[in-house]
Ligand binder design. Structure first.
Ligand code: 26Q
Length: 807
């Protein structure tokens, strides 16, 4: 160890000086970080090369995970942990008189995604490498990631996030592997010598897709996989085609910025171009690799499994058809057969407004050949499915309906597997949203409950907790996450429970220091930390929590002493810039924070903290400090949720509805160890169908609710005239689409129970322990192993895993 540290120090100093021509002592933290990152490249370089060449030489079956979004978080500590070098590096760097943790924070956190879907993709990349699955990620190297959020007078404003302002030490530009992507123009089908129709293109625009590769290092194994992100550039040979700065600029526009919208579909042309750009570049890369193997086309599905993360990369399907038909000369039947064996698709949403549909004329103009292929898929669909199931079902499941390309339909029809991301979500897809597809192809449907990588979310984010777990049950859980359940045996061990509380307290102090420093708000680490961190959306019901805070405010005002348990309400959320209502809720919560935090009578018992610019790095700071995890979406709306899993793994107790993966969390931790409330999914559906819900009745007949809602419009909360009125109207006049008022009383009861439970630290700690013990079930290692076994049909590196572990 000592000699390893010494060597590391020497190498680091040399690396730094080679880079900057002065000593590390004179450098900035960014420079110190960059030197460290560059040094690390030497530690994984060989393994990366070996993994890539092993996959090629053994002609291994590989997974290609296509996602428009990734949220990897900072990578330095994660890479060190997985290489087994974390302690060495920390000791070495601190030993040089530097502050390791400060250098870690100098890395930028790439926000190339919106929320859960992007973070899931990154957890999967980590888990695929760590279980030895030959998995590649394909995505877009956005020049600007998700906007940086600032609050000005409590309003969200958005600033550009220039994440590439410093060198990105992890990526490798591979210009030699660039491919070209064609847009626009017209296409003519002309018979060739064999009388086959071949497309001839006119006036198309050709764009270069340059790959940037980032290593995905497996945990304590030899696997290093690749995340390949494509950047749009003007093609070098074709420069004359782009003469004006405007023309050149338009090319770069394609990968300029991430669309800052989750679950709300907007049919914008640039987004369509982004999607096709990723699909075409990725598929061409796969085809090029496959051609190097010198196999028959019929063997393609044996070597390639392509997974599409929601419908955003669905154009991979017609793109591969295009290449097989036009460039490789396969028949339609041969090509479609390959497609069907190759593709699988995950659905992440049930919200109707999030379903992607593109107008046919837009696709026609932008991607004329692709639209022809979609029409042919559509024609054959009516022919075959119409004959089998009747025209009505054929029509309802068609790829093109009413002049719109239905991306989900295309994805489902072409794939051999369609999965939801939690049991309840999959059931809803099968029985409601996608029931016609379930009818025609029942065997395609399956569930794969989401997961999280415990390496980032526990081992790195919460080192004190991880060490405590090691002390009791050994380190096996680090590679076999289910072993964390051995902790259950210690639920009556007073010493351990005390230590657990001490760890939690220390994490709370760390977050409190951040809040004091960044926001100038004092929070008490002894208070209950109540955390809701997720994108801001009406269905996630941050507003329900805001109403609960207003209720507490009045309870304290009217009867000081009626609230005994001090709480800190912590929010982290970005709203889509165009989502007016979500932004109004942000303003409301910020104004409420001002009111509450500055009223001495109230602030002794409640504080409200809305952190700016919530993202992966802030999540890593907040989650270990949480006592209570808010998972309060209207039942049936949240596909899975993953912050619920991260929070439980860090010993927070869930307060939630039976929605998404909360259902499985309940099954795994037991009903007594979380706080459930509210309507169930089927009750929501029945209530909607019966049309008997009149939210105004709750306003008029329930004095507590009336008082809370009046607070939105009577000037009690400063500076929310417009917002308060709009929010009031949404709840009272427009019939409360997400049933907040219906669920309100049951929510407040559950919150009061949580208060009561928190008063008994020993019993609370026991429940924390049981939550941690149950969290191993939600390791994304198991999730990807299930995908590997049941969908992708690839063998993991089973040296690490017992097959029974995950089946
Ligand atoms: C689509 C078209 C145009 C512009 C944007 C989009 C778009 C972008 C991102 C639509 C949806 C998203 C993201 C959705 C998302 O993050 N869904 C979440 O996925 C998680 C992982 O499965 C689940 O846990 C969450 O429940 C789900 O909300």
């Amino acid at each position: 160890m000592l000699s390893e540290v010494k060597t590391f120090q020497k190498e680091y100093m040399t690396q730094f000086e080679d880079l900057y021509a002065y000593s590390y002592e004179e450098g900035t933290d960014t420079e110190r970080f960059l030197a460290l990152g560059l040094l690390l490249r030497r530690y994984y370089g060989d393994r990366w090369k070996e993994s890539v060449s092993e996959y090629r030489q053994d002609k291994k079956r590989q997974v290609y995970y296509f996602s428009m979004e990734y949220l990897p978080g900072r990578q330095l500590k994660s890479n060190l942990l997985n290489l087994g070098l974390l302690q060495t590096a920390r000791t070495a760097i601190d030993g040089l008189g530097l502050d390791f943790d400060q250098i870690v924070r100098a890395e930028v956190d790439p926000a190339l995604g919106n929320g859960g879907l992007g973070r899931l993709a990154s957890c999967f990349m980590d888990s695929m490498a760590s279980t030895g699955i030959a998995g590649n990620g394909c995505g877009i190297r956005y020049r600007y990631g998700l906007f940086k959020q600032k609050f000005v007078n409590g309003h969200q404003i958005e600033l550009p996030e220039n994440w590439l302002r410093n060198l990105n030490v992890w990526e490798v530009r591979r210009e030699g592997k660039a491919v070209t992507v064609r847009f626009g123009g017209t296409v003519e089908l002309v018979p060739n010598a064999d009388n086959d129709l071949k497309p001839v293109y006119h006036n198309t625009q050709t764009i270069l897709a340059v790959p940037y590769d980032t290593p995905q290092i497996g945990y304590h194994n030899k696997t290093v996989n690749t995340l390949r992100l494509f950047s749009a550039e003007v093609p070098y040979e074709d420069e004359t085609a782009y003469q004006t700065p405007q023309e050149r600029n338009a090319v770069k526009q394609i990968t300029e910025v991430l669309y800052p919208d989750d679950s709300n579909y907007e049919g914008r042309l640039l987004r369509l171009k982004q999607e096709y750009f990723l699909c075409s570049a990725g598929i061409q890369t796969i085809v090029n690799h496959f051609k190097g193997l010198k196999l028959e086309w019929s063997e393609f599905p044996e070597k390639v499994a392509i997974h599409i993360n929601d419908t955003h990369p669905t154009l991979c399907i017609p793109e591969l058809m295009r290449i097989l038909l036009d460039d490789e000369g396969l028949s339609w039947e041969q090509a479609w057969n390959i497609i069907h064996k190759t593709f699988s698709y995950t659905n992440h949403t049930i919200l109707a407004e999030a379903m992607e549909r593109w107008p046919v004329d837009m696709v026609e103009r932008t991607l004329p050949r692709i639209m022809q292929i979609i029409w042919e898929i559509n024609r054959r669909h009516y022919l075959i499915k119409g004959a089998l199931y009747g025209q009505d079902i054929a029509h309802k499941t068609a790829p093109v309906i009413d002049g719109q390309v239905q991306m989900a339909h295309l994805a489902i029809l072409a794939s051999h597997s369609v999965n939801g991301v939690a049991k309840l979500h999959t059931e809803i897809l099968e029985n409601y949203t996608l029931r016609n597809f379930k009818l025609i192809s029942p065997a395609k449907f399956n569930n794969k409950t989401n997961g999280i990588t415990l390496r980032r979310w526990v081992m790195l984010a919460n080192e004190p907790l991880s060490n405590l777990i090691d002390q009791r049950i050994g380190k096996e859980w680090r590679s076999s996450p289910k072993e964390v359940s051995l902790l259950k045996a210690y639920q009556t061990d007073k010493k351990l429970l005390k230590e657990l509380l001490a760890v939690k307290k220390a994490n709370k102090e760390r977050f409190a220091a951040y809040v004091a420093d960044q926001m100038n708000i004092e929070i008490d680490p002894n208070a209950l930390f109540d955390v809701q961190i997720k994108r801001l959306h009406a269905y996630k019901r941050q507003l329900l929590q805001a109403l609960h805070i207003i209720d507490r405010y009045w309870r304290i005002k009217e009867d000081p002493g009626s609230i005994q348990q001090p709480r800190v309400f912590i929010f982290g959320a970005k709203a889509a810039p165009s989502y007016h209502y979500a932004k109004e809720i942000i303003k409301l919560i910020n104004a409420l924070a001002d009111l509450v935090n500055n009223d001495p009578e109230v602030s002794e018992f409640i504080k409200v903290v809305f952190v700016e610019n919530y993202g992966v790095s802030l999540a890593e700071l907040i989650i270990p400090s949480a006592d209570l995890s808010e998972q309060i979406s209207l039942s049936g709306k949240e596909a899975s949720g993953t912050s619920n899993m991260k929070l439980m793994a860090n010993g927070a107790l869930t307060i939630g509805t039976l929605d998404g993966a909360n259902v499985e969390i309940r099954d795994s931790v037991g009903e007594d160890n979380l706080f459930l409330f509210g309507l169930k999914a089927d009750e929501v559906e029945n209530l909607k169908a019966s049309h008997i819900y009149h939210s105004a009745d709750y306003y008029h007949n329930n004095p507590r609710i009336k008082r809370i809602l009046d607070t939105l419009i009577d000037g009690t909360i400063p500076d929310i005239e417009e917002e308060g009125r709009d929010i009031f109207d949404s709840l009272v006049t427009y019939n409360d689409e997400y049933f907040l008022l219906k669920d309100f009383d049951s929510f407040v009861d559950a919150q009061d129970q949580a208060d009561l439970a928190f008063q008994d630290p020993h019993e609370w700690a026991r429940k924390c322990l049981l939550n941690i013990a149950a969290s191993g079930n939600f390791s994304s290692d198991y999730t990807v192993l299930r995908y590997a076994k049941e969908i992708w049909k690839v063998d993991p590196g089973l040296h690490l895993f017992n097959i029974q572990d995950f089946s």
